[in-house]
Design a protein around this ligand. Structure first.
Ligand SMILES: [Zn+2]
Length: 806
């Protein structure tokens, strides 16, 4: 199908103005039938343009009552006839179901046989469902109606207006883009409701989850959403633009969550995380609610500016998280530093790296940008701007942006202009350095009075001076701030500290390097510096040393184990250190050290201080020796569990992953997963089956991963279990099959599943020159696949180098 170019989009925006869409979908028909009436206005005489329509079937199309030929390559060509500038385009079409969680999808609940339908048009599936002018800046008023089977309910962008027989009609929503069109329908039980100012918030989930432990966390999710709506309205000075905000949990969503005008769709996987009581669910909720303003009320003009939505929503969500979940803002940013920030540093050092903003000539290119750059680097850069111009100027600029561009679209220059006016500073040069240039700066001490940056950028950083006390613990003596701009900046007063931490408090997006003295002291202290946010900065700096081949994995694992014993880490810190320690053992250490390191990590969790459940999950992930594996077996049977820890869905799955990988999981335990956990049990079962050290298991998982007839969640779960460290011999034959079969099978798939599967199925455990050579030799026309392969080869090259260091 033709990929929309920026030139075509801007030409179309000069040719027509789209007024409204009236869409009726008949969900009782098989296939589903859509009838769309688009009202638009010609802006030029003798003009012609096209609309997109890529449905499975087309029953008929008319322009001003005159029949048109069917679409070619997904496009309906339209020409202005006569003087009248108003036009009406009507299309009746048949929409097919997708298994990839995009477009129109259907889920049949194995528990009760009930069906649920969902349409998610973001980012490019609108035309698979209805006729439209599919580009971000052609906003219009949408009126949506749907014919439903008996006993069904439907939620969509607008509020319910009326129900006549089996047809439900929604209130019109203005300022929508075609990709905003979203609905979920099925026999939902009654919704829970609450009020956030002028906005009614509701929460729904499938019927069979009623009374299940997984949905116990929903009242908290709903109150988080309510509080977030109120917090943004207050802090942005712009009320919530939508009178209703419906939240629906669905099993098959391609993303973790999605926010469109008036509606949030959340992947059910999140229920498992929220049930465990961690902050992840609250953070996702805060991010999605922010999209009601950034993404919905104001969207990007073109696909080069998707970062506007994602970076701002991510940045604001951490500030909102503090307000809605009662943690301090510093604790909230500590979570960001541990779990998100390393993803940006990693993405910014790979062949696929791109600036936060860069020109994209087609819609597809704009959507292929990595998460670490768009979301995390984008948010980090906004945080560093707040450190430069102050929180008040930052928020004032956002308020100006929302007021100027409400119900329309904007660009990077528009936003930077708002921040420039609010701060009284010309920020155009700042935007060039941070948003239009790729890569991260590394900062280092130079002598005892200066800080140097390898790529000079204007930034304001914290500098922490730490001394060892009598008990050998590090304590911060002072926290200074310095504004850097040039390559070398003289900063007075840096002398005589035992350790100096640059970018203390993580205000800026910059890679922290250590001087030799600080490195020695911080290693001995296992980064325990007495301030959680500063400590996260240190751990991120040390992890960059591991992945850069400058610190042996063995040394990192030892530090992490010592640090876990000392206690006092936040939950995100425990989780991150454990997962990095296991990754260090599995991927960055020489293979001969692997088993010993894993055993050491698992033992450390048994005596560590901290969240007992997170430690138990860490033990299950690292367990290696016969005794440790036997203990996992006992835990599974409900015996000998650590105090205060019960077997929940996540811990059970983690135990079974490790046992399955060693060929020790019992078939009945794996098969019981879907019954014991209706939300993630089915996908966890698929991963367990794939992890078993048998060729027949690998072959079956390989086929499921690449099959087009399996739901995306099952394909990805199977793929996630194929490559297990320690099974290299068994898997030797799959290296070539990746480069021949797998990559061929993924061409033509939707971008998100394609991006995920191409990484999951990559022969990541076969760390060798042969794999790197095969990756370098692969000739790939597909942009997503080429980037994925180049990126995996780069990471493998680093791992190989790290394994060889002494
Ligand atoms: Zn988002």
């Amino acid at each position: 199908m033709a990929d929309l170019t920026q030139d075509e989009a801007s030409d179309r925006a000069r040719t027509i103005e789209v007024k409204s869409y009236d869409i009726l979908l008949d969900l009782t028909a098989e296939p589903v039938v859509s009838r769309t009436k688009v009202r638009f206005r010609w802006l030029r005489p003798d003009a012609s343009t096209f609309a997109e329509l890529r449905t499975q079937g087309v029953r008929g199309v008319t322009l001003d009552g005159v029949s048109l030929p069917p679409p070619q390559d997904g496009r309906l060509y339209l020409s202005r006839a006569g003087d009248a500038d108003q036009a009406v385009l009507v299309a009746e079409a048949e929409a097919g179901f997708s298994l990839e969680g995009h477009g129109l999808s259907r889920f049949t609940d194995p528990a009760d046989g009930a069906s649920y339908l969902m349409a998610m048009c973001y980012p490019d599936c609108g035309p698979e469902l209805f006729c439209c002018f599919d580009q971000p800046d052609l906003t219009a008023t949408f009126r949506f109606a749907v014919r439903l089977p008996d006993g069904w309910e439907c939620v969509a962008n607008g509020q319910l207006a009326r129900r006549e027989g089996d047809v439900v009609t929604f209130m019109p929503v203005s300022g929508m883009r075609p990709y905003d069109m979203t609905f979920c329908a099925g026999p939902f039980p009654a919704a829970a409701r609450t009020q956030a100012g002028g906005t009614e918030v509701t929460v729904r989930h499938r019927h069979s989850l009623l009374g299940q432990p997984a949905v116990a966390s929903l009242p908290r999710f709903m109150s988080n959403a309510r509080d977030a709506v109120a917090w943004y309205a207050d802090n942005l000075g712009v009320p919530c633009p939508y009178p209703a905000y419906d939240i629906v949990f669905m099993p098959d969503l391609a993303a973790m969550a999605l926010s469109v005008p008036g509606l949030m769709v959340v992947n059910e996987r999140l229920l498992g995380r929220s049930a465990a009581g961690d902050q992840f669910g609250a953070m996702i909720c805060a991010h999605e609610v922010a999209h009601l303003w950034f993404g919905c009320l104001v969207g990007p003009r073109w696909w080069d500016d998707v970062w506007l939505d994602e970076a701002i929503a991510t940045y604001l969500s951490y500030a909102a998280l503090a307000a809605i979940s009662g943690v301090s803002e510093s604790a909230s940013w500590t979570g960001f530093a541990y779990t998100d920030k390393p993803r940006a540093y990693e993405a910014d050092g790979l062949p696929s790296r791109q600036p936060v903003w860069s020109a994209v000539s087609t819609a597809t290119q704009g959507r292929d940008k990595p998460y670490g750059i768009l979301y995390v680097k984008g948010a980090s850069v906004i945080r560093s701007l707040a450190a430069l111009i102050g929180d008040d100027a930052l928020r004032l600029g956002l308020n100006d942006y929302l007021s100027r561009f409400a119900f329309g679209s904007a660009t990077l220059d528009d936003l930077v202009g708002c921040w420039s006016r609010a701060s009284g500073q010309d920020l155009a040069g700042w935007a060039d350095q941070w948003l239009r240039t790729e890569g991260a700066t590394t900062i280092l001490l130079d002598g005892d009075d200066a800080v140097v940056q390898d790529v000079p950028r204007r930034q304001r950083i914290g500098i922490g001076l730490y001394d060892l006390d009598r008990d050998g613990r590090l304590r911060r003596r002072s926290l200074m701030h310095a504004e850097l701009d040039a390559e070398r900046t003289v900063v007075g007063g840096l002398t005589s500290a035992d350790a100096i931490v640059l970018n203390d408090q993580d205000l800026s997006y910059t890679r922290t390097g250590f001087d030799a003295g600080s490195l020695r002291v911080l290693t001995a202290a296992a980064c325990q510096v007495g301030d959680p946010l500063s400590e996260a900065v240190c751990w991120n700096g040390f992890w960059l040393l591991v992945t850069g081949g400058e610190l042996p994995a063995l040394q990192f694992t030892d530090m992490a184990c010592r640090r876990l014993q000392a206690g006092g880490l936040p939950e995100s810190g425990v989780e991150t250190l454990l997962s990095r320690a296991v990754e260090a053992a599995d991927a960055w250490a020489p293979p001969g050290q692997r088993a010993g390191l894993r055993e050491q990590i698992a033992n450390a969790t048994r005596t560590a201080a901290g969240d007992a459940r997170k430690l138990a999950i860490g033990f299950a992930a690292a367990a290696q020796s016969d005794d440790q594996l036997a203990l996992l077996g006992a835990w599974l049977a409900g015996k000998d569990l650590p105090d205060g820890v019960g077997i929940d869905a996540e811990l059970r799955a983690r135990i079974l992953f490790t046992l399955a990988a060693r060929g020790l999981a019992r078939e009945e335990d794996i098969d019981a997963l879907p019954r014991l956990d209706p939300v993630t049990g089915e996908v966890n079962r698929a991963t367990c089956l794939a992890m078993r050290p048998e060729l027949t298991a690998k072959e079956a998982a390989w086929a499921v991963s690449l099959s087009r007839s399996e739901p995306a969640r099952i394909a990805q779960a199977s793929a996630a279990g194929i490559w297990v460290p320690g099974q290299e011999e068994l898997m030797a034959g799959y290296r070539d099959r990746y480069f021949t079969e797998a990559l061929t099978a993924l061409v033509g798939r939707k971008p998100w599943p394609k991006a995920r599967l191409s990484r999951l199925v990559f022969p990541v455990t076969l760390v060798s020159e042969a794999t790197i050579e095969a990756a370098d030799a692969a000739v790939l026309a597909d942009n997503v696949l080429r980037l994925a392969v180049a990126e995996q080869a780069t990471i493998m090259r680093r791992r190989l180098a790290a394994r060889r260091q002494r």
